[in-house]
Design a binder for this molecule. Structure first.
Ligand SMILES: [Zn+2]
Ligand SMILES: [Zn+2]
Length: 447
């Protein structure tokens, strides 16, 4: 069997779901028992959308609930005021972790459904805690509250602060419309503020005295348009100008602020596109005699999921929660990891996590056709159906985590595959590039 990166996967390492037999019922019951509370958490976050690093209400709602559930909770963890860590330990063993995102989008609230991601993380952690507390499984479950996914990269800061250093896997989920998938890939994404500064002057009386910052932006915008012919289908360049009411037609604009984004299917490819974008930007500054300032604020790496974890999740979902056997979800698409086309869409700071330890970000449906980052999707993310799908997803993720805790052979196979994958995808990557290389030289956690 081959993973999407071409690595050979030992068939013996893939487990049947049998090793969690006898536990699944108790794990599911423990999650169901808390459903009223989980619904309240979900609703509170959905009804009170908050932006990056300002998720105060979500942070309080989640940490209060987790403390009530018997987790050891650190609020404002790793010097990030809206991050948290909730942990439950029983004896010695491996550590499984889940991520709860909870940030919203400007103007359109929870149109990415992060209220559901938060709910999945909490429910899955409750499920694993049941196995640790009452079912004789040993090890740790850690739920990390990860703020600011949409633009500011909360997980990048958490990685740098060591939040993932002592963990054996990172499991999470993201909602979509009508697809169940466990092997989701994402694009590498880099973003920066770019400003051009020139000299103001009367646009009719003395235009020759001015240096036009808007021309700097337009020059770069046009050159990017020419460059598009050389882009690959998986590359993206997108940009917006952030004008002000102070920009008027009879003053030569002396300042322009803008945001530029570059994406590619891998870190090396995104670096190539970014290098050409830098040539374009500096050329625009020269051509218009304006000064340019480039301030990067996002560096999300491509997400490379664990084929082993994705396969375990898929098998467990099929055995215990098969969506094709439920009339409400029978028409949705279910993609097995080995049938995944390997195509990436969108980007996430979970990509950076995937370069640091074995991980998956599974996709579950909320129905409808409104795409993510659309107000229609916000409505879909707030329905009872979406909540029920989140809970089913959490159950299968909890069982996946329990396999990592219970089964040494499986856990070894997950790490072995991940180490080989990182070695393969690091080829052609420039060292450092202003980022910490620490995150791509992670060694397996020693117990
Ligand atoms: Zn989003
Ligand atoms: Zn999202």
């Amino acid at each position: 069997m081959k993973s999407a990166t071409g690595l050979l996967i030992g068939a013996g390492a893939l487990l049947s779901a049998s090793c969690v037999n006898g536990l699944a019922e108790e794990v599911f019951a423990a999650i169901d028992k808390q459903d009223d509370g989980l619904r309240t958490v979900n609703k509170e976050i959905w009804e009170n959308p908050e932006l990056a690093y300002k998720e105060v209400h979500a942070h309080k709602t989640l940490t209060d609930f987790l403390e009530d559930q018997g987790f050891n909770v650190t609020r404002g963890a790793y010097n990030i005021s809206t991050a948290f860590r909730a942990e439950y330990v029983s004896g010695k063993g491996r550590a499984v972790s889940f991520n709860s995102e909870f940030d919203a989008l400007p103007g359109i609230g929870h149109a990415c459904g992060h209220n559901l991601i938060a709910t999945v993380g909490v429910a899955a952690a409750i499920g694993v805690k049941e196995a640790l507390k009452n079912q004789g499984v040993s090890g740790r479950v850690v739920l990390i509250g990860t703020p600011a996914e949409e633009s500011m990269g909360g997980k990048v800061r958490l990685l740098e602060a060591g939040a993932y250093d002592d963990l054996d896997c990172s499991l999470m989920a993201h909602p979509g419309n009508s697809l169940y998938a466990s092997y989701g890939r994402t694009l590498a994404s880099w973003r920066a503020n770019v400003t051009w500064s020139g000299e103001a002057s009367h646009a009719a009386a003395a235009p020759w005295m001015g240096r036009n910052a808007l021309d700097g932006f337009v020059s770069a915008y046009s050159s990017t348009g020419l460059y598009r012919q050389q882009l690959m289908a998986t590359d993206r360049i997108h940009h917006v100008i952030q004008g002000t009411s102070e920009m008027v037609a009879n003053i030569i604009p002396d300042f322009v602020n803008s945001v530029w984004g570059v994406r590619g299917k891998s870190r090396p490819r995104a670096e190539q596109v970014r290098e050409q974008l830098f040539r374009i930007l500096y050329a625009s500054s020269n051509a218009t005699n304006t000064s340019i300032e480039i301030t990067p604020f996002q560096d999300y790496w491509d997400q490379n999921p664990s084929f082993q974890l994705a396969s375990a999740y898929y098998e467990l979902q099929k055995e215990y929660l098969d969506p094709s056997k439920d009339t409400e979800t029978a028409n949705f698409t279910i993609t097995a990891p080995e049938d995944d086309d390997g195509e990436a869409s969108a980007s996430s700071d979970q990509g950076n996590v995937s370069w640091f330890l074995p991980s998956i970000q599974v996709i579950f449906p909320v129905g409808g056709t409104a795409p993510v980052h659309n107000a229609g999707f916000r409505e879909l993310a707030g329905t009872d159906f979406a909540h029920e799908q989140a809970i089913k997803t959490a159950k299968a993720l909890a069982l996946t985590g329990i396999q990592v805790l219970q089964n040494e052979t499986f856990a070894e196979a997950v790490w072995g595959e991940w180490e080989a994958m990182i070695a393969e995808i690091s080829v052609g990557l420039k060292e450092d590039n202003g980022n910490s290389t620490k995150r791509s030289v992670r060694k397996r956690h020693v117990h």
